[in-house]
Design a protein around this ligand. Structure first.
Ligand code: NAG
Ligand code: NAG
Ligand code: NAG
Ligand code: NAG
Ligand code: NAG
Ligand code: ZN
Length: 505
């Protein structure tokens, strides 16, 4: 991959000069063709030579895309909540689902499993209690005894009893599901009129789900099911931002972070034993950016220790939560410098530039994340407004993790044709596609986000080569060691060739 945008070849420049100085009134068509090819070659996958079978599949995909683009209801321009079922029924989506997409590098621990399963399976387990908060939300706990009252919440009710008393449990279950996701059948623009409203509800969903998923037996099942959902969507590897909560047992006793990480490791091993063509999972320990300096310092210390004790599954460190309302990276500069000062390896994977407010302290996060040698940039939505950060990210191969549906639902962009990653894709900037919090957005796996990227900001220009490049990028820009990357690429390549031969007519 070239480190900087290619210069036009000499022949093109010569043509350009002769054209400008000549007397032709119509520009030279050869020059026009040369410029078109030059631009095409610069985009993601522009330099990939397709095999004959790939070319046939590419032609089919292009025809599907032409039909898709001709629809009166252009799906990437619609809110995902309205477009979801239509996308799911589209022929392009079914190809994208079958396509081996490599790795999902930007995900959060408690938003990878469908809320339907959480309600229909988890909340039906015995000893599940629920209370109602002042903010119209719900909280849960599993307990062998009647749990102690929770501040700002109604008295606990045993769900089993509540269901026995409720006439229509479908309605109750639907309202619980509504608490765990942003997805709605109503008009999303009316339900979520502003970034503040949508972020508030977004944060509520994580609190609502907390008591359900941090119970040890559920935690195991949840993660195993999450892996299954990605595997079924032809994703072979994950890097997950994890809060590493203290998990609890039915008697109220709790475990430490090491235990949580070990459970993750166990479940991953159990999954890969059953599905050996799943490559694995690595974890990015994360802390809410709302904490104070002393908590952050402690979190960095803890992450250094985990990184040392679990080097094969720990990828590094990040901060989570709304950037616009949280503290900027620079505020934590001392804590974040600790690893470097002590000569300890703790790679960073910072969320940065998930904002549309230019020039704020938070907007500065992009440059600061690069100053702190971040390994990748989470979102980087504001990258185009920072030419120096963009250049640095390209030159040092710090990939941008683009999550189109997340950016749309959280109201940074409406029509996904206008997503800034259109520019990144057109110049083969280091980037990957990911899904951030698929369950909260009513999605799963990676295919919906690939659809939005491919049909939305990819337009007519991005074709099979771009998809192949994005999949390869997801391994090349992962935290895997070079040796593991080669192994993963071999595995991915086998899957890719099978996919092409099975789908090219
Ligand atoms: C609940 O989920 C678990 C784990 O996925 C599964 O083994 C079990 O059969 C499910 N139970 C029901 C009632 O669906
Ligand atoms: C329960 O409520 C759901 C959703 O409102 C409705 O579709 C269903 O018909 C109701 N079932 C009964 C038995 O009333
Ligand atoms: C959450 O669930 C409760 C209880 O079923 C319900 O009253 C409330 O409206 C739900 N809140 C949301 C935001 O869906
Ligand atoms: C930082 O936050 C923690 C947890 O909320 C609190 O216990 C501690 O007192 C705070 N420290 C400072 C210096 O404010
Ligand atoms: C980032 O990397 C550069 C070059 O390797 C190094 O000089 C610098 O100290 C690093 N900064 C941090 C905060 O790790
Ligand atoms: Zn995120």
């Amino acid at each position: 991959m070239p480190a900087s945008p290619q210069r036009p070849p000499a022949a093109v420049l010569l043509l350009l000069v002769s054209c400008l100085s000549g007397s032709l009134s119509i520009p030279d068509p050869r020059l026009r063709e040369a410029l078109i090819q030059l631009e095409d070659g610069m985009q993601a996958g522009g330099k990939i030579k397709l095999t004959d079978a790939e070319k046939r599949l590419d032609d089919q995909l292009f025809k599907m895309k032409q039909e898709e683009m001709g629809r009166p209801d252009f799906l990437p321009a619609m809110h995902f909540f309205k477009a979801r079922d239509l996308i799911r029924a589209s022929p392009i989506f079914s190809v994208l689902q079958k396509m081996p997409k490599g790795g999902a590098l930007h995900l959060h621990d408690f938003s990878i499993v469908d809320v339907e399963w959480l309600v229909k399976n988890v909340t039906y387990r015995p000893n599940c209690y629920m209370c109602f908060t002042d903010k119209q939300s719900v909280r849960f706990i599993f307990s062998s005894q009647w749990p102690k009252p929770r501040p700002q919440c109604s008295p606990w009710v045993l769900l089993e009893n509540l269901r026995a008393k409720t006439g229509n449990t479908t309605e109750l279950d639907n309202s619980i599901m509504n608490n765990l996701t942003l997805f709605t059948d109503e008009d999303p623009e009316a339900v979520y009129p502003s970034q503040d409203v949508v972020w508030d509800r977004f944060e509520q969903t994580f609190q609502a789900v907390w008591g359900l998923v941090t119970y040890v037996p559920v935690f195991r099942d949840y993660f195993y099911r999450g892996l299954g959902l990605f595997y079924a969507d032809n994703v072979m590897y994950l890097e997950v931002r994890v809060l590493l909560p203290e998990l609890y047992e039915l008697d109220g006793s709790t475990h430490d972070k090491t235990f949580t990480l070990k459970v993750y490791q166990d479940v991953t091993e159990q999954f890969t034993a059953k599905y050996p063509d799943f490559f694995g999972v690595r974890f990015i320990s994360s802390v809410p950016r709302a904490v104070n300096v002393s908590v952050m310092t402690e979190a960095v210390e803890e992450a250094m220790k985990l990184q040392k004790d679990f080097p094969h599954i720990m990828a590094g460190f990040d901060m989570v939560g709304r950037e616009d309302k949280g503290r900027p990276l620079w505020y934590f500069r001392e804590a974040l410098s600790l690893p470097q000062e002590r000569g300890i390896n703790l790679p960073f994977f910072f969320h940065a530039g998930e904002t549309d407010l230019e020039g704020t302290d938070v907007d500065q996060n992009l440059l600061d994340s690069l100053l702190f040698n971040t390994s990748r940039i989470g979102h980087g939505f504001a990258l185009l407004r920072h030419p120096v950060a963009k250049d640095l990210s390209r030159k040092s191969k710090v990939a941008v993790e683009v999550c189109p549906i997340s950016n749309q639902v959280l109201k940074l962009v409406k029509d996904l044709r206008n997503h800034p990653a259109a520019v990144l894709l057109s110049e083969n900037h280091p980037m990957v596609i990911s899904s951030d919090d698929p369950a909260v957005f009513g999605a799963f796996g990676l295919s919906f986000d690939f659809y939005e990227a491919f049909v939305g900001f990819g337009g007519f220009k991005s074709r099979l080569g771009s998809l192949k490049q994005l999949a390869i990028n997801s391994i090349r820009y992962s935290s895997l060691s070079p040796v593991q990357q080669e192994k993963a690429l071999v595995l991915w390549n086998t899957k890719w060739n099978k996919f092409v031969s099975e789908n090219a007519l």
